[in-house]
Ligand binder design. Sequence first.
Ligand code: GDP
Ligand code: MG
Length: 177
Amino acid sequence: MEKSEEGEEYLFKIVVIGDSAVGKSNLLSRFARDEFDLHSKATVGVEFQTQVMELDGKEIKAQVWDTAGQERFRAVTSAYYRGAVGALVVYDISRRTTFDSIKRWLDELKIHCDTTVARMLVGNKCDLENIREVSIEEGKNLAVEEGLFFIETSALDSTNVTAAFEIVIREIYSNVS
Ligand code: GDP
Ligand code: MG
């Protein structure tokens, strides 16, 4: 995290983790550019995108990192996590296996990041209600157990995407200010 000399500018590194194809890249592109891609390829080569917002009259730069497909090889590097102060831990509500993986992702986060990292459990693809495999209750319960924020999102129809990032950014901000 960086703070300018005037103390008016903040840079927060936020990582997005979770199994392959849960929608991490689309959550990021929806948040940063309001774009969605139905046939998104695994790698675009972009490491992170920056979104600026204002809080308390301060300029906050959220630098959100994308794994760019590394997770398929179980090889998300420590460089990816280095300096992160926030994390979105994402599963797909229509695929239970991705929910079962959450504990593993949380363990990985614990290995690489400070315990103060602001963490949000994200159940993505909530537009797929008709093929839902993980209930909202299960998501909530896991979040309570692990001390995480919880939200369901849809990168496809935009539901709660901005909210997911903003809640994490506010939490980070309240940790440092
Ligand atoms: P990543 O591997 O976690 O980065 O996942 P992607 O962002 O590449 O998305 C994987 C697939 O899920 C793509 O075909 C997306 O179009 C689709 N997808 C992503 N988010 C959503 C969503 O909110 N709803 C639906 N229905 N599909 C989604
Ligand atoms: Mg991706």
